[in-house]
Design a protein around this ligand. Structure first.
Ligand code: MN
Length: 236
């Protein structure tokens, strides 16, 4: 049997470099190295999932870089689930990294910010949690990480106080402020760098506020964070 190995093309995310740049004119691309995700980072969401925000530190998991969906492309309802949940999240894009980074200097690694969805096959996650199994099948599937264009930090400026919102078919499902995160962006980067050597191209999905719920084929999702482009797509 013969097969041809194609040269590897890294998945990438469009970047907004100018304050008034339209999405259709993005010329720069951010090549994705890895996707890290934070679990349990807003106390109201920890409570809705049955946890105690004070006792449980955030947990980390990963998705393949190929899970990203860019340019508001449709997402196909995935196989092997009857309970696909949306989790709207602030996404941090790194331009550098390292090990054991100090909280004080962690923001130096940040290239920019985006809004993304951490799609979760909640039924598979419930079984995994119950049986103490890994979350890969619940979290790391194809098209599980839609993402907006990345806004460079020099364009956006400081991002510590901004409304994060998810609408499904126009109705608000999740609505919070990123200042409610239990662990801040620099703290997340510092903690994560204790386990992994962070690198340029790494994306970090920083956890979701309360209001997670199921979506079905035909739904239209609209995710926003103040100052960042709206992410809008359909489930098909
Ligand atoms: Mn999440």
């Amino acid at each position: 049997m013969e097969y041809v190995i194609q040269p590897q093309v890294m998945p990438s995310v469009p970047v907004r470099l100018e304050a008034d740049e339209e999405i259709s004119t993005h010329s720069a691309q951010f090549p994705i190295h890895r996707i890290y995700c934070v679990g349990r980072n807003y106390s109201e969401h920890v409570k809705e999932m049955g946890g105690d925000p004070k006792q449980e530190p955030p947990i980390f998991f990963t998705k393949p870089a190929t899970a990203c969906v860019v340019l508001n492309e449709d997402v196909t309802y995935p196989q092997a689930t009857n309970d696909l949940h949306h989790e709207v999240e602030l996404v941090v894009a790194l331009s550098s990294g390292g090990k054991n980074l100090a909280v004080e200097s962690a923001l130096d690694c940040v290239y920019g910010y985006a809004v993304g969805i951490d799609f979760t096959r909640r039924d598979l996650q419930a079984v995994a949690k119950e049986k103490g199994r890994p979350w890969d099948a619940a979290k790391g599937f194809d098209q599980s990480a839609p993402i907006s264009a990345i806004v460079a930090r020099e364009v956006l400026g400081k991002l510590t106080d901004a409304q994060i919102c998810l609408r499904v078919n126009g109705e608000i499902r999740q609505n919070a402020n990123i200042n409610q995160m239990i662990w801040s962006v620099p703290e997340i980067i510092s903690e994560l760098s204790k386990f992994f050597e962070l690198k340029a191209g790494d994306l970090i999905y920083t956890g979701t506020p309360s209001g997670v719920a199921a979506v079905v084929a035909g739904d239209r999702l609209s995710a926003s964070i103040e100052g960042i482009e709206v992410l809008e797509f359909a489930i098909v």
